[in-house]
Design a protein around this ligand. Structure first.
Ligand code: NAG
Ligand code: NAG
Length: 479
């Protein structure tokens, strides 16, 4: 069984996924205001992709793309067995690098010129096997160029530049599943010149001053510690769905790309900067997009541009992170565990500030908030045996001798007064049934930003309205 060969953690995500449409499988056997009860026995990991319960629709006001987990049975990247999925430990290390780089970018924003594209070439940064872009795990497939080529991109609300590997891969391209994009075979590709204001705006989008090669703008972007892309900045036709296409979307045509981006073709940047795809399609979609991350790698979610939020969405205002124009800031005010709001001073959250990020895996809390969460969670889980830590995760359980477990509910409070309940699939991150860990970590510094990660976003419809300046959450967006 493939599952046990390479991806125990995916199996565990399955164990803890629960959804109404598959309820007959007996995963969840009870739920009350304070806890979820999950059945552990008779749960075999699924190696096939379940089709979504409702078909995606696209029309004049919106465009919906299917979202899949990079390494699961629903992903075509999974077909190439030579592209190994990272282990749970590797995922957590990558997450830590991404979070470190977000924190350091915000605490000492680079002044222009301090970093330039020359800094990130192959001679200064060793390519590390297995390094991926932070831990961005979710991909969508879009069309690029004329005639259009299908490319599977990791979507990332924590960065702005969209890029893909491009022929002739002047320095190096990593291994990707689909054919590498060749701008010389597209009638709609154009280079951006070094003197254009678009080229200069790369500095604020990436923190790296663009370069110039024979008057073509050269971008560079670096994620976490070791993965990066450098290449020509160009414009192309981007096709989201068969009926929704945009001409002259600025993107990076990568000639030097390192880090195994999991076999994907690059990144779809959904940040708030004017170079993101969200901003570049604002005339049509008014900076509105939403997504749902599936509870497990054997189900699918969606990424929709435009459209409207579910009727049962709860909204909270977007805030601005002063040191960066990219991130979606939120004002956290509290956390509940098992139906009780934890005694954490609101200043703990306001001192740190917070963002929501599709590319960070677990949720990173201010140290004082994490220690309260951990104490309360451990107290309510005291029937179960604790086991060794998994990387940054220090609250791990051995559930190997249980058939059902009862898990306290966790909720997040925001400044508008709303409480958002985390789905049970968003509580744990596991390496195996005998090491199932609370998927939260504490930041090392009380002044570091809180990051609402993608594990905790699972099955929620997360609706971003960049024009109205708000984010909405609705339960049951996907399964
Ligand atoms: C487009 O889809 C939305 C939501 O599915 C629907 O409310 C709207 O009426 C549709 N518009 C058209 C023109 O079909
Ligand atoms: C874009 O610029 C690069 C570098 O100057 C050049 O090699 C390439 O041929 C240009 N492509 C087009 C379509 O002009």
């Amino acid at each position: 069984m493939k599952c046990f060969l390479y991806a125990h953690f995916i199996c565990l995500w399955l164990l803890f996924s629960l959804e109404k449409s598959y309820g007959f499988e007996g995963r969840k056997i009870a739920e009350n205001h304070h806890s979820h009860t999950i059945e552990l026995s008779s749960l075999l990991p699924s190696t096939s992709c379940k089709s979504p319960t409702k078909a995606l629709s696209s029309n004049d006001t919106k465009a919906s793309l299917k979202v899949v987990h990079k390494h699961g049975p629903c992903s075509k990247l999974n077909q190439d067995k030579t592209i190994a999925a990272p282990t749970p430990t590797e995922i957590l290390l990558q997450d830590q690098s991404r979070v470190k780089s977000i924190h350091s970018r915000l605490s000492n924003p680079k002044t222009s010129g301090e970093n330039d594209v020359k800094v990130i070439d192959a001679t200064t940064i060793p390519a590390k096997d297995g390094s991926v872009v932070g831990s961005g795990s979710y991909i969508v497939t879009v069309g690029l160029g004329t005639p259009q080529k299908e490319l599977s991109l990791i979507f990332d609300t924590g960065s702005d530049i969209t890029w893909t590997q491009c022929q002739p891969c002047a320095t190096i391209c990593y291994k990707q599943m689909e054919q590498i994009f060749d701008p010389s075979q597209s009638t709609s590709y154009t280079n951006i010149s070094c003197s254009s204001s678009i080229c200069s705006s790369l500095t604020s989008a990436t923190g790296i001053t663009p370069g110039c090669a024979s008057s073509t703008c050269v971008y560079g972007i670096q994620y976490g510690d070791s993965s990066f892309s450098v290449g020509f900045f160009g414009a192309e036709k981007l096709t989201l769905t068969p009926t929704e296409a945009f001409n002259n979307i600025y993107f990076g045509c990568g000639q030097n790309n390192q880090g195994l981006f999991g076999g994907s073709a690059g990144i779809l940047g959904l940040g708030r900067h004017k170079l993101s795809v969200v901003s570049q399609t604002a005339q049509k979609y008014n900076k509105i997009f939403s997504y749902c991350l599936p509870s497990s790698s054997s189900s699918t979610g969606f990424l929709t541009f435009g459209g409207s939020a579910s009727k049962n969405s709860k909204f909270t205002p977007l805030s601005t992170i002063s040191a960066s124009s990219s991130f979606y800031g939120l004002d956290f005010t509290g956390i509940s565990v098992g139906g009780t709001k934890l005694a954490i001073s609101a200043s703990v959250f306001s001192t740190a500030g917070a963002i929501i990020d599709s590319g960070t895996t677990i949720t990173w809390l201010p140290p004082a908030a994490y220690s309260e969460l951990r104490a309360s969670f451990r107290n309510l889980m005291s029937n179960y045996p604790l086991t060794s830590a998994l990387g940054t995760l220090d609250t791990c359980y051995d559930f190997s001798s249980y058939s059902t477990i009862s898990v306290p509910k966790i909720g997040f409070f925001f400044s508008s007064g709303i409480e958002v309940d985390i789905d049970v699939s968003g509580v744990f991150f596991a390496s195996s049934i005998s090491q199932v860990c609370l998927a939260f970590a504490g930041n090392s510094d009380a002044a570091d930003l809180l990051i609402f990660g993608n594990v905790q976003q699972k099955t929620l419809e997360v609706f971003y309205d960049g024009s109205a300046g708000k984010v909405g959450f609705a339960p049951g967006g996907c399964s």
